[in-house]
Design a protein. Structure first.
Length: 117
C-alpha cells in the first residue's frame, strides 16, 4: 500500500512558478516510478512527467518540456514538480501517482493549480 499526499498548488500569474510536492508513505519512493498528471475541467487526465525507480531517468510531456522539472528526495520520501514559466493552459488539478506494478496503482487527492493571464 502506498499513500500519496500532494501539496503546493495555488493561484499564480502567468510566467510565475510553483513547486508541487508529493509526500509518500507505506513504501519507499525509490522502489517505484512516480508520475505527475493533471486534469482540467472537461478534459481527461493527462500525463505531465515521471521519474523512474532509479531516480536517474525522467520523462516529460512535450507541453511542459523545458519548463517543468521532476525530482525526488529519497530521505524525505517525496517527489517534487517544479513548474516555471507557467501558462494559463497549465491550470488543472495536479495528481501524483505511484506505478508499483505495470500501471499507476495509487493516486493522491490532487492539488489545484490556477494560472491567471
Amino acid at each position: 500500500q502506498v499513500q500519496l499526499v500532494e501539496s503546493g498548488g495555488g493561484l499564480v500569474q502567468a510566467g510565475g512558478s510553483l513547486r508541487l510536492s508529493c509526500a509518500a508513505s507505506g513504501r519507499a519512493v525509490s522502489t517505484y516510478t512516480t508520475g505527475w498528471f493533471r486534469q482540467a475541467p472537461g478534459n481527461e487526465r493527462e500525463f505531465v512527467a515521471a521519474i523512474f525507480r532509479s531516480g536517474r531517468r525522467t520523462t516529460y510531456a512535450d507541453s511542459v518540456k523545458g519548463r517543468f522539472t521532476i525530482s525526488r528526495d529519497n530521505a524525505k520520501n517525496t517527489v517534487y514538480l517544479q513548474m516555471n514559466s507557467l501558462k494559463p493552459e497549465d491550470t488543472a488539478v495536479y495528481y501524483c501517482g505511484a506505478r508499483v506494478t505495470d500501471a499507476y496503482d495509487y493516486w493522491g487527492q490532487g492539488t489545484q493549480v490556477t494560472v491567471s493571464s
